[in-house]
Ligand binder design. Structure first.
Ligand code: BES
Ligand code: MN
Ligand code: ZN
Length: 500
């Protein structure tokens, strides 16, 4: 999909030739004297058109407009959430009648805030995303949008939010693409190739380590997870350099289990197919880099992706095995299905060499987190109140929510082992927290946060597929840092959407 931003009032928007014109009607909408406004005023008077979010009215070739179809839709006070609701309703109305619109004009009839514009771009992209990679071309008859023109009362105040949103969409779509791919189309090797191809973009470099290099680094825990698979592991190191070398980087770590069978502690068969998205954390890191290359903020970011399969087999890791992590700590593997933490712990130790400003790891880590928070908010764990607050607020602003969870030391009780420094599981209760407590042991040398996205990176059911979360949250977090100045041509941007 293709987006452009234009200064347009209702008359201007109606004058553009389009397949569909969507008009967001907010409570403060004042009808003008043009044809369309008069029709809207009449409909409002009759109660057929309301500013109530999601209430829509559709017209075919309305007088005074050059569109095939028009949808007027209530957008409340024009908040980001209400705009999202409105667009979902408008798309629903359009969808029922056609196979897709090539040219769409979205008109903010009254005012448009930075957050509303951001929400509009993300919602439109979300609605028209289709996965095609492993479908025969002929079978692809999905409904999509072509070119979308956003008409706002004034471009300048929302230009940077628009630019950020378009880049975020590119990042989200990359993350979705890789998380959706079946494991035979997304092996560790292929994931590393995708990362490598990102290094063609501005300011990005990429280094890929294989089994030999990883052995040299003594990543015994990561290697142990990979040893049951015929697919060789990869350790991906991405670098985005937007600032001088002296600026400490933020390190993002993404769990990259391209398929999680559970290993010898094998998972039940039902829904095991979904474990192809156990690299959604890794995919979100790739997506963030994709967006950074477009926005070019003055920050440094390192991306680390340990990636491998978790398989049973003759060489596989066994329950009770003790492995030695890169940190030197030994780990008793009581359950081979708790493999995410085993690959992340070595990546956390590797992160020390960057002397980071902060380290944020992203992982589809526990089913327990899905039980705790469902599919609405990601679980957030952090040893730093400041970092936690920044991530929570980035989540609110980007509508990619997270919720802080506790890290009391008492939760680590169950991780005690008679045969190693630590065990990799700590009992059934509070499973998302014990997993985080395990990781915390390897994150002592920097400010650290952990996002458990097991419930938010994927949708089950009929609309099964990846969500691209938490790309929006992470990007907003990075861009909101005081050093970040996005190189947008006009209107120097302030730090984030929240401070428009
Ligand atoms: N990848 C899973 C977690 C997961 C579960 C992600 C459901 C998405 C949806 C992880 O590797 C795992 O298997 N965790 C175990 C941990 C347990 C053995 C302590 C779990 O959650 O059951
Ligand atoms: Mn597992
Ligand atoms: Zn897993």
């Amino acid at each position: 999909m293709n987006f452009e931003l234009k200064t347009l009032d209702l008359v201007g928007a109606a004058a553009l030739k389009s397949d569909a014109l969507i008009v967001l009607v907010t409570a403060n909408f004042k009808p003008g004297k043009d044809e369309l406004s008069l029709q809207m005023a009449q409909a409002m008077k009759a109660g057929d058109l309301q500013s109530k979010p999601g209430k829509s009215l559709a017209l075919y070739r309305p007088v005074g407009a050059h569109c095939v179809r028009a949808v007027f839709v209530g957008a409340g006070e024009g908040s980001a959430k209400q705009v999202r609701q409105a667009i979902v309703a408008a798309i629903g109305a359009l969808r029922s009648g056609s196979t897709g619109e090539k040219k769409v004009v979205l008109c903010f009839a009254s005012d448009a805030s930075a957050q509303a514009v951001h929400a509009a771009v993300l919602t439109l992209a979300e609605a028209s995303y289709v996965y095609t990679t492993t479908k025969a071309k002929a079978a692809v008859e999905a409904w999509t949008l072509g070119r979308v023109t956003l008409g706002v009362p004034l471009v300048a105040p929302v230009k940077s939010a628009f630019t950020q949103a378009v880049a975020t969409v590119a990042g989200i779509e990359m993350a979705k693409e890789w998380a959706n791919r079946p494991a035979n189309y997304a092996t560790p090797t292929l994931l590393a190739q995708a990362a490598r191809s990102l290094s063609r973009l501005p300011k990005i470099t990429c280094e890929v380590l294989g089994p030999k290099e990883v052995a040299q680094l003594s990543m015994g825990s990561f290697m142990a997870v990979a040893q049951g698979s015929d697919q060789p592991l990869r350790f991906i190191v991405l670098n985005y350099s937007g600032a001088t070398k002296t600026q400490a980087p933020t390190v993002l770590i993404g769990k990259g289990i391209t398929f999680d069978t559970g290993g010898i502690s094998i998972k039940p068969a039902a829904e095991m197919d979904e474990m192809k998205y156990d690299m959604a954390g890794a995919a979100s890191v790739l997506g963030v880099f994709r967006a950074l290359a477009e926005l070019k903020p003055a920050i440094n970011v390192v991306g680390l992706i340990p990636t491998c399969e978790n398989m049973p087999g003759g060489r596989a890791l066994k329950p009770g095995d003790v492995v030695t992590s890169m940190s030197g700590q030994t780990i008793e593997v009581l359950n081979t299905d708790a493999e995410g933490r085993l690959i992340l712990c070595d990546a956390l130790t590797y992160a020390e060499r960057f002397k980071p400003r902060a380290v944020v790891d992203v992982a589809t880590l526990t089913g327990a987190c899905v039980v705790a928070l469902g599919h609405v908010r990601s679980g957030l764990f952090s040893t730093s109140d400041v970092l936690a607050a920044q991530l929570v607020s980035a989540g609110e602003v980007s509508m990619d929510l997270c919720w802080r969870m506790p890290l009391d030391d008492d939760y680590a009780e169950g991780l005690k082992s008679n045969f190693a420094d630590v065990a990799n599981i700590g009992g059934r209760m509070g499973g998302a927290i014990t997993a985080a407590k395990f990781l915390q042991r390897f994150a002592g040398k920097f400010d650290w946060a952990h996002l458990d996205v097991a419930g938010t990176a994927w949708k089950s059911g009929a609309a099964k597929g990846a969500t691209g979360r938490p790309v929006g949250l992470l990007l907003e977090f990075l861009l909101a840092s005081p050093m970040a100045k996005v190189a947008v041509k006009s209107s120097p941007r302030k730090s984030s959407l929240s401070k428009k």
